[in-house]
Design a protein around this ligand. Sequence first.
Ligand code: SF4
Ligand code: SF4
Length: 122
Amino acid sequence: MGSFKLGKMTLKSLFGKPETIQYPVEQKTPPPGLKGHVTNNVDACILCGICMKRCPCDAITVDKPARTWSINRFRCVQCGTCVRECPKQCLAMEPTYTPPATEKRSDVFEVPEHAKAAAAQS
Ligand code: SF4
Ligand code: SF4
């Protein structure tokens, strides 16, 4: 690479707009088709555990006695298998990025009792 070209590139990067943004203070608009992260409409969840069995990354835990559904977002690779396999269609891929975290933890959702009653009626 010629020194003229290199100098031009250096000046451009010194005085031009930075290519990076100050995430998470600044955020980019998610591109179309972004899988983002998994959400659960717990009102429709019947705690059947199919999503947990099908997840290839062992990211989902369904605790029937405690009535909780949890996801370890550090394990999830956004493959979408759980969304496709859920018999109640209560899982979805939210097209937004997962917020940054300072420690590895799971997001735990409590499944209300009325969801159980609704499932028995259907
Ligand atoms: S999210 Fe769907 S597949 Fe997973 S436990 Fe609830 S109903 Fe079953
Ligand atoms: S999207 Fe894939 S990896 Fe993530 S929780 Fe669902 S099945 Fe597991």
